[in-house]
Design a protein. Structure first.
Length: 340
């Protein structure tokens, strides 16, 4: 039984005008066109194609990609959708950055956040070492920086070298202006850590550059005009951990000392390296996972308190290292593949 364009439109959730457009584009021609009056008629067998077309257009997939997807396998369509999502996420990040920059320029307003001096110094010491050494290309320059995001509720410090990601938030005592984000070279920021620690409070000012003000003294830091990786997407993309264990931080550091690589067998009660090392843990789940010892040790050294929490999604995904005594600091460490 043939369906009129209005009937088919209601069936598949598309407007008749959209069906005419997709016919003109060659994406969804009707099953029959009346030669006398030009009326379009559709068949129920066209419903899956029409609904896929509707869904693809709802996510703003470009028409050339829609054309490919309509005649592709399910796995090929999934690949197209994933690639489109990555494009949208990149555009969203670029748009947010550009909008923040534009707002700052339009309002010509200095952004100021007042932080406790010791808290600022602590954040710098925890995050800056995670930045990469200066590189030759643009990405190398970006990864050698610390991202500083200033907002009314928190000031966030972020650094990554591709293998680790460190994020520390500090609650401002005062905030004035519009939210801002700047990139500062990690080694320059690290140099002012001790100076910042000596003040009760330090005023962080963003107005073209970044200035730290402590009483009558100030330190000017040059900023880098570049796009920082979308670290929030990495954090948001973490799946619920399959294994969570609390382990003695200093004890684990001792185990890592002098090693290049470690393979852990972890269960609810212990962390083992073969038959030679066993540390007691408290947790859930079990996993076998490997690390470059120096990377994991650096994450542990940046943490505070006697214990750390390891959250492991799977052996090939980033592992979250959290301090049991400091919820404002999070480190991600990439594991390494175990042979066999």
């Amino acid at each position: 039984m043939r369906l009129t364009i209005s009937e088919f439109a209601r069936l598949v959730g598309l407007a008749p005008s959209a069906l005419r457009f997709y016919d003109d584009c060659g994406l969804l021609p009707p099953a029959e066109v009346d030669a006398t009056n030009g009326y379009r008629y559709y068949d129920r067998s066209q419903q899956p194609r029409a609904q896929l077309l509707r869904d693809l257009r709802e996510i703003d997939l470009p028409l050339p990609d829609v054309r490919l997807a309509l005649d592709a396998s399910a796995s090929e369509v999934a690949d197209l959708v994933r690639a489109h999502l990555r494009t949208l996420e990149a555009k969203s990040t670029a748009t947010r950055t550009a909008a923040t920059r534009l707002l700052t320029q339009l309002l010509s307003q200095q952004t100021t956040a007042v932080l406790g001096g010791p808290e600022l110094a602590s954040a710098i010491r925890q995050v800056a070492p995670t930045a990469a050494p200066p590189g030759e290309d643009d990405l190398g320059l970006v990864l050698s920086c610390v991202l500083v995001e200033l907002g009314p509720d928190e000031v966030t410090f972020v650094a990554t070298d591709r293998y680790r990601l460190a994020v520390r938030t500090v609650r401002p005592v005062e905030f004035d202006g519009v939210p801002a984000r700047v990139l500062v070279r990690a080694h320059e920021l690290a140099e002012v850590s001790r100076w910042a620690a000596a003040g009760d409070v330090v005023r962080v000012e963003v107005n073209g550059g970044l200035a730290l003000v402590r009483g009558d003294e100030s330190r000017e830091l040059q900023t880098v005009d570049a796009e920082y990786p979308a670290y929030g997407q990495i954090l948001d993309g973490l799946t619920p951990p399959a294994c969570r264990v609390v382990v003695d931080r200093l004890g684990l550091l001792d185990v890592l000392a002098g090693r290049d690589f470690v393979a852990f067998d972890i269960d609810q009660q212990s962390l083992r390296i073969g038959d030679e090392v066993k540390l007691d843990v408290i947790g859930t789940g079990s996993v076998r996972i490997g690390f470059t010892a120096s990377l994991l040790a650096a994450a542990l050294e940046a943490s505070v308190g006697p214990d750390v929490l390891l959250e492991i999604c799977e052996p090939a995904r980033p592992v979250v290292v959290r301090s049991a005594d400091q919820g404002t600091f999070t480190t991600l460490v990439m594991p390494v593949r175990l042979d066999g």
